[in-house]
Design a protein around this ligand. Structure first.
Ligand code: HEM
Length: 142
């Protein structure tokens, strides 16, 4: 993947749905998203996002338990990432994800896992359950 543009917190803060031509940028998991055009399409409504315009929306985003599809959709709006040194200043990193290497930890794990895991693992659990159920069935009826 191409290097992401590095965007500072100060710059993100300008895009608070009022400044810089009413653009709306949010931060999720250290990444910067321009959701200006997505606002009126958001199934959860515009307001939940505009409240977080120019700010870190990771906690809100994760709390909702967005679907895998929703997480995939975020990629379309990705425009950059915070500088390493500023990731630790954001709300989420301060409270939940202060990993020593600054790369974030468990609070982001679900999000990061879904973004990076190969899809075959998604079949592993159902397949294993199928095998176990089949084995039990065989055991009982033979
Ligand atoms: C690029 C960013 C975002 C994308 C692509 C996105 C996408 C979606 C999608 C597809 C849904 C439908 C349900 C689902 O599939 O999970 C949804 C629902 C929702 N989203 Fe987002 N969302 C984003 C950011 C946010 C943020 C920052 C917040 C709050 C801080 C938020 C709050 C909600 C809420 C409250 C719902 C409704 C949940 C419900 O009705 O059960 N979303 N979003």
């Amino acid at each position: 993947m191409a290097e992401l543009r590095v965007i500072s917190l100060d710059e993100v803060a300008k895009h608070n749905n009022e400044g810089v031509e009413k653009s709306c940028w949010i931060i999720i998991s250290g990444k910067v998203y321009d959701v200006t055009k997505f606002l009126n399409e958001h199934p959860g409504g515009e307001e939940v996002i505009t409240q977080m315009a120019g700010k870190d929306a990771t906690v809100g985003f994760l709390d909702v338990g967005h679907s895998k599809d929703a997480i995939e959709m975020t990629k379309e709006y990705l425009i950059g990432q915070l500088p390493e040194s500023e990731i630790s200043k954001t709300e989420t990193t301060a409270s939940k994800t202060a990993a020593p290497n600054g790369k974030g930890s468990s609070a982001f794990k679900d999000f990061t896992d879904i973004m990076t895991s190969p899809t075959w693992t998604n079949f592993l659990i159902p397949t294993a359950m199928g095998i176990v159920i089949y084995a039990i069935y065989k055991f009982i009826f033979n």
